[in-house]
Design a protein around this ligand. Structure first.
Ligand code: COA
Length: 338
C-alpha cells in the first residue's frame, strides 16, 4: 500500500461506443419527430445504439476499462477495487461490477455497483477517491456504462424521452499520487428524493412485478418505459449544476475563470450552454460531445473525458471540473488538478 498518499489521480481514460450510428432522420422513421426539433431542443445530431446480440452494458464497460488500463499502464492483476455506475445493467441482479471482474480476469477484489443515474460516475469517483486516499486501495477502476436503446419507447408516444438517450461506456483508472496539489481536490454529492419519480423507470419492480404487468394487459401501460418530466428536469438541472460547480470552486478557493476545462454530464446541449453562460465560461473551457452520442447517463462524463484527453485538451497541471445532475434527483461535482 502507498505511503504519504495525499490525493488520488486519474492515471488513464478509455471509452467504447457501439458501431451502430442512429441519426435524427433514422428516429423520424420510427416516430413523429424531426431533425430540426431534436437539434433545436437538445443539440443532438446522432447517437449510438448497441448492436443487438453483440453489445451489452458489461461488454461495453469491459472494453472501456481495458482501454483505460492500457492508458494507465496497469494490468488486471493490479486493480484493487471496481466501481461500476449504470442504470441499465445486463441483469436485474447481480450488478455488472462482478461481470467486469470476470471479463477482465481481476483478482477476487471488491466490485461495487453504483445506482445514481446521471450522477453515477461522479458518485463512483468520489468513493474510489476515498479508498485510495486512505490507502485501502492502490488502483481503482471506475466505469460508467449504459445501454438505453433496448428499453426506450421508440414510438411517437415515447419521443420526448427516446430522442435524448444513447449507449456507450467510459472508464478511468484512479491511483495514488504524492505530488503536492495534483489529483482530485474535492468531490461533492447531493440528492433530493422528493423528485424521484420525475425522471424514472418505475416498472417492473418489486412494487409490481412482470406477471402483474402482463395480467393488466393494458396497451397504454408505459410503466416499463422511462418517464421524464422534461420541463421540470430542465429547470432543476440548471440550478443544481450551477450550485454544485460553485460549491467545488469555492471549497478550493478557485473561480470559474481558473478552469482549464469543465466536463458537464451531457444531459442536453441547451443545459450545458445555459450553465456556460451563467458561469461566464468561454467555449474552450467547456467540453461537449452530446451532438454525436446523445445523453449516455453514467457514461457521458468518462466518454467526454476520454475524448477530450485524446484531443489534447487536457495537460498536466490543468484544473478540471466534472459536474452532473439527473434522476433521483442527484447531482455532484469533482474538481481536480490533472
Ligand atoms: N419530436 C417532435 N415533437 C416533440 C418531441 C419530439 N421528439 N418530443 C416532444 N414533442 C412535442 C410535444 O408533444 C409537445 O407538443 P405539444 O406542444 O403539441 O403538446 C412539444 O413538442 C413541446 O414538448 P415539451 O415536452 O414541452 O418540450 P420541451 O420544450 O420541454 O423540450 C425536452 C423537451 C425533453 C428537450 C426538454 O424538456 C429537456 O431538455 N429537458 C431536460 C431533459 C434532460 O436533460 N434530461 C436528462 C437529465 S439527466
Amino acid at each position: 500500500m502507498p505511503t504519504n498518499v495525499t490525493h488520488s489521480r486519474i492515471l488513464g481514460t478509455g471509452h467504447f461506443v457501439p458501431s451502430r450510428v442512429v441519426t435524427n432522420d433514422d428516429l423520424s422513421q420510427w416516430m413523429e419527430t424531426t431533425n430540426e426539433w431534436i437539434m433545436e431542443r437538445t443539440g443532438i445530431e446522432e447517437r449510438r445504439f448497441a448492436v443487438p446480440g453483440v453489445d451489452t452494458t458489461s461488454s461495453m464497460g469491459t472494453e472501456a476499462a481495458k482501454r483505460a488500463m492500457e492508458a494507465a499502464g496497469i494490468e488486471a492483476a493490479d486493480v484493487d477495487l471496481i466501481l461500476f455506475a449504470t442504470l441499465s445493467p445486463d441483469y436485474y441482479f447481480p450488478g455488472p461490477g462482478v461481470q467486469l471482474q470476470q471479463n477482465l480476469g481481476c483478482r477476487t477484489i471488491g466490485a461495487i455497483d453504483i445506482r445514481n443515474q446521471c450522477s453515477g460516475f461522479v458518485y463512483a469517483l468520489s468513493i474510489a477517491d476515498q479508498y485510495i486516499r486512505n490507502g485501502a486501495a492502490k488502483y481503482a477502476l471506475v466505469v460508467g456504462a449504459e445501454l438505453h436503446s433496448a428499453g426506450l419507447d421508440l414510438s411517437t408516444r415515447g419521443r420526448n424521452v427516446s430522442v435524448i438517450f444513447g449507449d456507450g461506456a467510459g472508464a478511468v483508472v484512479l491511483g495514488p499520487t504524492q505530488e503536492s496539489g495534483r489529483g482530485i481536490l474535492s468531490t461533492h454529492l447531493h440528492s433530493q428524493g422528493e423528485h424521484a419519480t420525475e425522471l424514472a423507470l418505475l416498472g417492473p419492480s418489486t412494487r409490481e412485478w412482470v406477471p402483474q404487468i402482463l395480467e393488466r394487459n393494458d396497451p397504454d401501460d408505459v410503466s416499463y418505459f422511462p418517464y421524464m418530466n422534461g420541463n421540470f428536469v430542465f429547470k432543476h438541472a440548471v440550478v443544481r449544476f450551477a450550485e454544485v460547480i460553485e460549491e467545488a470552486l469555492q471549497a478550493n478557493g478557485y473561480q470559474a475563470s481558473d478552469l482549464k476545462l469543465m466536463i458537464p454530464h451531457q444531459a442536453n446541449l441547451r443545459i450545458s450552454q445555459y450553465i456556460q453562460n451563467k458561469m461566464g465560461l468561454r467555449d474552450d473551457q467547456v467540453f461537449n460531445n452530446i451532438m454525436r452520442y446523445g445523453n449516455t447517463t453514467a457514461a457521458s462524463i468518462p466518454i467526454a473525458l476520454s475524448e477530450a484527453y485524446a484531443q489534447g485538451r487536457i495537460e498536466p497541471g490543468d484544473l478540471l471540473l466534472f459536474a452532473a445532475f439527473g434522476s433521483g434527483f442527484t447531482w455532484a461535482s469533482a474538481l481536480m488538478r490533472w
